[in-house]
Ligand binder design. Structure first.
Ligand SMILES: [Fe+2]
Length: 440
């Protein structure tokens, strides 16, 4: 029998015993969606900090039987490259055979913990509907000024997908990955409701882009570095511009991406494919052209992304000719913390459709730079006198909206968050025909 003194001593030490027991982190968090690239599918990705027995999504049609269906997936262990070697368990489940354009409710997790309930609409598989997007790059954990407006826009149903054109969190690896965790929690209010499609930026470079590769789930087998997908009448290609700058991670990546891109563009240009999905749209982080007053190479003629690199062995090809020769209609970029719309441009020359209607049957790709969502680095300044290919510039925080209306019409507008959601720029790109021959 324990004496009163012993019991008293044990009770006084009880808080220490409690502190020594590590908490159990099996509660799902950082829930986000992505489109795996085949009709009727949706992928759900989330994080736990302890391992769970399984990764499960329970889901059902909106208004139908709650959680009528169950899908199981897999877990991968991600060890952040920082000094603490923090462990995260990344769970991925793909839903298949979804009814096109139907709304679903879901939660994810396991018997050890379930997420909140979220909802999404399965992508319509028809090529004749009109998908709507929000597009931006360079959004951070600190000063993400556009985030609140994007959250509300998304939750009232304004978008079918988000395109985040590189640079997340600033930076995801910081504080041993905790900044990445916090950023992924911040965007859950967007990304748990619509597919959140990404490409890598320079801020993801730590430990060979491992936070980017592990936290997102993009189509294809390149860990999200490059891939393509179809939606409505558009074929959307996501590229890594960073492979031109971080050569320590492999010069061969430039050639691998180039070869893949050439094949992908050839396939998209097969007559039956281009007829069904005439719009070819690319997204990549660092632009080929810009008129910002900083040290980036897009202010000069020698952009690595545009012309490739001659200082490597062998020399590495750039992307401008390849995209032009395959009739890419629209090129989306970020990295510069501004918004800039270009006149149709190729080889530093303007190729407007006509004087009065520059974007009606343009004779070169249209470029949009949209990297002003908001981050701790704030804005980039513009040079005072831009070149003649620069059509419109703004340093307001904001983001771009796009609707691919049909096979001939595509709408773009720029939202200023500084001006409380005012649309400060808009264009219709109109193309009666697509492909290389449309330039002439
Ligand atoms: Fe960047």
């Amino acid at each position: 029998m324990l004496s009163v003194v012993t019991v008293g001593l044990l009770l006084s030490l009880a808080p220490l015993f409690v502190l020594c027991v590590p908490p159990i982190w099996t509660q799902p968090e950082q829930v986000h969606l992505s489109y795996p690239g085949f009709p009727g599918s949706m992928e759900i990705t989330w994080t736990t900090f302890n391992e769970t027995d399984e990764s499960v999504v329970e889901y059902g049609l909106w208004g139908g039987q709650v959680f009528e269906f169950t899908a199981k997936g897999n877990t991968t262990l991600f060890v952040d490259g920082g000094s603490e070697k923090r462990k995260m368990y990344i769970h991925r489940v793909t839903l298949n055979d979804l009814r096109p354009a139907a709304a679903y409710v879901y939660h994810c997790g396991s018997k050890a913990g379930w997420s909140d309930v979220f909802a999404f609409t399965a992508l319509n598989k028809s090529s004749s509907w009109s998908p709507r997007f929000a597009i931006y790059g360079d959004m951070g954990n600190e000063n993400p000024q556009s985030l609140a407006r994007l959250q509300k826009d998304t939750q009232v149903g304004m978008y079918d997908a988000i395109l985040h054109v590189g640079d997340f969190a600033y930076d995801m690896d910081e504080d041993n990955g905790r900044i990445g965790d916090e950023f992924m929690r911040q965007i859950e209010s967007i990304a748990a409701y619509v597919p959140y499609m990404t490409c890598p930026g320079n801020h993801e470079s730590a430990y060979n882009f491992s936070n980017y590769k592990n936290r997102f789930s993009m189509p294809g087998r390149t860990e999200g570095l490059w891939y393509s997908w179809n939606v409505g009448s558009a074929h959307i290609i996501s590229l890594s511009t960073e492979i031109y700058f971080f050569l320590d991670y492999g010069l061969d990546l430039i050639f691998k991406q180039y070869d893949w891109l050439k094949k992908d563009l050839e396939e998209a240009n097969r007559p039956e494919n281009r007829a069904e999905r005439p719009w070819i749209i690319t997204m990549g982080h660092r632009p080929m052209y810009c008129s910002d007053n900083d040290k980036d190479d897009c202010t000069t003629f020698q952009s690595y992304v545009r012309l490739g690199r001659n200082d490597t062995n062998p020399p590495a090809p750039g992307l401008e000719d390849l995209l032009y020769l395959h009739g890419v209609d629209l090129e989306l970029w970020a990295h510069e913390h501004t918004y800039e719309r270009l006149w149709p441009v190729y080889g530093y020359k303007v190729f407007n459709g006509s004087v009065d209607e520059p974007y009606v049957n343009p004779r070169a790709p249209v470029h949009i730079i949209t990297g002003s969502a908001g981050c701790r680095e704030k804005h980039d300044p513009f040079v005072p006198n831009p070149r003649d290919w620069s059509a419109f510039r703004s340093t307001d925080y904001g983001y771009t909206r796009m609707q691919v209306s049909n096979s001939t019409h595509l709408y773009l507008e720029q939202v200023s968050d500084d001006q409380f959601g005012k649309v400060i720029d808009s264009i219709w790109v109109v193309k009666e025909k697509h492909g290389f021959s449309s330039w002439f």
